[in-house]
Design a protein around this ligand. Structure first.
Ligand code: HEC
Ligand code: HEC
Length: 342
């Protein structure tokens, strides 16, 4: 009897554990369009409260993300500069490459876990994920279009009016609905299934090299690239330059104390999202580690913790790189929900 009770209890605990895990680890047909908040993460700053995710809304957002109709001459889609296989960064492009082959001055960041970010863009110029597409659409070297014109192109399109109707019950397309649909897609880009996440959950083991790398990372890097999102969301000068071709945060604040400061980027999927930094100056992670070790440039706004650089041996640098590679989330990069519909 006691044994039977015990095994019943065990079964109950087990099924409880499984049902708890379900939301987080296993994507079933039922929850494909539910937002996943991974265990142990903070609450997101954008929570879809006023923009309920639905299958139709998400699918509309996905179509818009990959549709060049959002650009003036119908040639450039969001997905051109944010490629899934590169963690939604622009592979091998130091600075953005937009309409008419024009180059911008900043590197397209990888996109994931955006709803946790209080500020968007390298200089934090955008505070709300729903408004972010306006910046891309109207940027003269990205999509060079007006929001009003996109809306009228969508309204005149053969399938968009019925898709908007299905998603939002709307008779006419307007800019707010368009922005909300895109946000259902971009906001759902949650990367939480890397080897690192499995290791933290106790479901994977690290090699000695990866473990050493994690410890070195926590000692030297995590004050800015803070777990679990691998950013503390601050604006910081990490010693790239002595004088600044791009003023960074000061573009927004007009404050000399912000010159050369940029948003600390998340390092999730960093192995895939090269080149690195706001201007894409480093081709690989070895160059990044060399920068922190021996390349720090002194300037009045340099973060105090970096004034003497981060001294690491070549072996230690390699260990950190091995650790950074465990932040690659292949489930995310290959997730069919996030791919362009062929
Ligand atoms: C021509 C290339 C290009 C196109 C097209 C483009 N982007 Fe970007 N994206 C960038 C660049 C470059 C930045 C960084 C800009 C900055 O910091 O000033 C960026 C930044 C972002 C960010 C902020 C990420 C962060 O971590 O702060 C989001 C979100 C984003 N883009 C989504 C989109 C969406 C949605 C579209 C389509 C409506 C789009 N992008 C179109 C190049 C592009
Ligand atoms: C004092 C804060 C700080 C510390 C400490 C720090 N970083 Fe950074 N890191 C930044 C900032 C800020 C940027 C973006 C700078 C820019 O582009 O202007 C950055 C950028 C990066 C990038 C480029 C990511 C991308 O997508 O372009 C990598 C990789 C990186 N850091 C790795 C590390 C590693 C590894 C360490 C430890 C050895 C480290 N960082 C320590 C603040 C910091």
């Amino acid at each position: 009897m006691a044994n039977a009770k015990k095994s019943l209890l065990l079964l109950l605990i087990l099924s409880f554990v499984i049902s708890c895990k379900k939301d987080v680890d296993v994507i079933t047909d039922d929850d494909v369009y539910n937002l996943i908040i991974p265990d142990g993460w903070p609450a997101p700053v954008y929570n879809f409260e006023n923009n309920n995710i639905t299958k139709d809304g998400f699918e509309l957002g996905r179509k818009l993300f990959y549709d060049p109709i959002l650009s003036r001459d119908n040639t450039i889609a969001c997905g051109n500069c944010h490629q899934q296989f590169a963690g939604f960064a622009h592979l091998d492009h130091a600075v953005s490459h937009g309409i008419n082959d024009l180059n911008g001055k900043r590197n397209a960041p990888s996109l994931s876990n955006l709803i946790w970010m209080p500020d968007l863009m390298w200089d934090g110029g955008v505070h709300h994920i729903e408004l972010q597409p306006v910046a891309a659409i109207t940027n003269p070297v990205e999509m060079d279009e007006t929001v009003a014109n996109v809306v009228s192109k969508l309204q005149a399109h053969s399938s968009y009016p019925s898709m908007f109707n299905k998603a939002f019950g709307a008779d006419a397309i307007d800019s707010q609905l368009m922005l909300r649909a895109i946000t259902q897609f971009t906001g759902m880009l949650v990367s939480y299934q890397s080897k690192y996440d499995d290791y933290i959950a106790g479901n994977a083991t690290y090699s000695q090299q990866e473990l050493n790398g994690l410890n070195l990372f926590r000692q030297n890097c995590a004050s800015c690239h803070t777990e679990p999102l691998f950013t503390n969301f601050n604006f910081i000068n990490n010693g790239l330059d002595q004088t600044f071709a791009d003023s960074g945060r000061a573009v927004i604040t007009n404050d000399v104390n912000d010159l050369g400061k940029f948003k600390v980027p998340s390092l999730r999927n960093v192995e895939k999202s090269y080149p690195y930094m706001h201007d894409g100056r480093f081709k690989n992670l070895t160059e990044v580690l060399n920068h922190y070790a021996t390349g720090i440039k002194q300037s009045p706004t340099l973060h105090t913790s970096l004034q003497n650089g981060i001294t690491l041996s070549t072996t230690q640098q390699q260990e950190i790189i091995s650790f950074l590679q465990t932040l690659t989330d292949n489930k995310f990069i290959k997730d069919k929900r996030f791919a362009e519909v062929q």
